[in-house]
Design a protein around this ligand. Structure first.
Ligand code: GLN
Length: 538
């Protein structure tokens, strides 16, 4: 079977929307009737993203088969509306680890093992594996970082070699930034000219340039970029800033990116399926009644931009849930530590329509989160707890309703008298041995929903698969007393009997889950827990 590869590389600087561009192009090709998948190359030595700090690298997105990966895989899932799996992510650490393991097993028959060809061959093997296993007509391959960086050179080299071997099966797209400096007041194309030259210098000519800028690209500049970068004006796509990322595929199609790309492979659209997506984007614009959601978490000192990237799936899932209710989401980050310094500030939470405590790790902000949860529980404010947000809700209930003053998680206090949240025996061993990379409870586990509960109604079925990423669990020893005091366990894992979901039946909406529902929320298929949470707000 013939698979086409479309490599997407970035020019000038990062953070201009390469992931959204890749996801949007994937969506467009899918709407034209092709089988498409997308993958991400992260040029870091980390073997997965689980060991990278989210404030530096963005959210750790967990695939259903349990890989801790890059947030762009979440973008691909949301735009393509299909699951992306472990093999669709590659880091330099993974690539080198495979090559070194093979070398240790005499897999290279005494040859000197070199970056070229052995590393480039391993990269190609990983790309082809995705194509074969997933029987894709197109594999979009996003190369992390920016052209000209030392650490992504080997990937460009692998791509160049693939183009040499299969010239009609490879295309290159450059997503580049076009600044409009305030002191000159006009859009500048020179940085992109340099970036394309840098790509040329490693033997690659882009087929399409996506011009990311604050404003649309005009014809004068299109022509200039065309001449200097050696690309037809029809292959330069204007990509100005817009209010919602979900509009991007529609905007790209104004410049006919899909058909231009198909022509490069001598293909034509098989059908045109863009209706559902366009209706969804129209729905966003019609969602005008605001819903104010507060996310209570610990403060990251690196500014709002990084912060929103660290919780991108939570933020997108809130939006999906809001739009499904025709509400306009207004999301505010609330620093949990504020409630530690001045406890009376929790009253401010009553200004919100709903509160979320998302996933998290470690001690910082825990007391503040507990105070926030107490306030929303006692004041009937809709609450959705995600992973750590469930663990915190259980601790708060144990302390303030069941009277266990020393209820804690062993993550914060390993010697607590009442470890209502603790680790399973296998995890204790892993923590002791410092086997910490990729060893949490990860990926899909089954959750059986208890009949006649709120979540059973919301999901509309008796059993679901949800994605996990945690080391700690509700301690089964404490379940009877929690239940006796009115906490409803509404979802459990059938094999282990571990608590998956809790709820408070008498509360307006108080639901928390041990898994991360946000990873499975899609714009066209919003997650039932987020839809239900928003529906329960005023
Ligand atoms: N720190 C908690 C644990 O490891 C929760 C993790 C999370 O919220 N993803 O169990």
């Amino acid at each position: 079977m013939k698979t086409n590869f479309v490599f997407v590389a970035g020019g000038v600087m990062s953070g201009v929307g390469k992931g959204i561009s890749t996801a949007s192009i994937a969506r467009i090709l899918k709407e034209y009737g092709y089988k498409v998948t997308a993958m991400k190359i992260d040029p870091y030595l980390n073997v997965d993203a689980g060991t990278m700090n989210p404030t530096e690298h963005g959210e750790v997105f967990v695939t259903k088969d349990g890989l801790e990966s890059d947030q762009d895989l979440g973008n691909y899932e949301r735009f393509l509306d299909q699951d992306i799996i472990r093999e669709n992510y590659m880091t330099t650490g993974m690539v080198y680890q495979s090559v070194i393991n093979r070398e240790r097993n005499l897999g290279y028959n005494g040859k000197c093992v070199e970056v070229v060809p052995h590393i480039t061959e391993e990269i190609e093997r990983r790309l082809r594996r995705v194509a074969q296993h997933q029987k894709a007509d197109f594999v979009l391959v996003e190369i992390g970082g920016t052209v000209g960086e030392y650490q992504n050179l080997v990937y460009l080299e692998a791509a160049r070699i693939m183009k040499l071997k299969y010239p009609d099966q490879i295309a290159f797209i450059m997503v580049s930034f076009f600044p409009v400096p305030s002191m000159v007041g006009e859009m500048k194309t020179k940085p992109t000219q340099h970036a394309v030259r840098a790509l040329n210098s490693v033997g690659i000519q882009p087929d399409i340039i996506i011009a990311r800028s604050s404003v649309p690209l005009d014809d004068v500049r299109k022509k200039k970029v065309s001449v200097f970068c050696n690309v037809s004006p029809r292959d330069i796509i204007s990509a100005p800033d817009i209010s919602t990322i979900y509009q991007v595929p529609i905007n790209f199609e104004r410049d006919h990116i899909g058909k231009r790309l198909l022509e490069k492979f001598n293909l034509k659209p098989k059908k045109s399926d863009g209706k559902e997506w366009r209706a969804f984007v129209r729905g966003i614009k019609r969602s005008t009644r605001p819903v104010k959601i507060g996310i209570v978490g610990k403060y990251f000192g690196t500014g709002d931009f990084v912060l929103s990237d660290s919780y991108i799936s939570v933020i997108e899932a809130i939006k999906h849930g809001a739009w499904a209710n025709r509400r306009k989401p207004e999301i505010t980050w609330i620093n949990a530590e504020e409630f530690e310094k001045s406890p009376s500030k929790v009253k401010q939470l009553s200004d919100y329509d709903g509160i979320i405590v998302p996933g998290g790790f470690g001690k910082r902000g825990v007391t503040g989160k507990l105070r926030a949860i107490k306030h929303v529980r006692e004041n009937n404010i809709p609450y959705l707890g995600l992973c750590y947000g469930l663990q915190m809700a259980v601790i708060e209930y144990a302390r303030n309703v069941c009277g266990m003053r020393s209820a804690r998680t062993t993550e914060v206090d390993p010697n607590t008298k009442d470890p209502v949240i603790h680790t399973l025996a296998d995890q204790v061993a892993k923590i002791k041995q410092k086997e910490l990379g990729g060893t949490m409870r990860l990926g899909h586990y089954t959750c059986r929903l208890v009949p006649k509960t709120r979540v059973r109604d919301l999901y509309g079925k008796g059993s679901v698969q949800e994605r996990h990423r945690h080391r700690y669990e509700v301690n089964p020893k404490y379940v009877p007393v929690l239940e006796k005091k009115g906490l409803q366990i509404s979802g459990v894992n059938p094999g282990s009997n571990l608590v998956e979901i809790i709820e408070l039946p008498k509360h307006r909406f108080f639901v928390a889950c041990q898994f991360h529902p946000e990873f499975q929320s899609r714009p066209l298929v919003p997650h039932p827990l987020f839809v239900g949470f928003i529906a329960a707000t005023k």
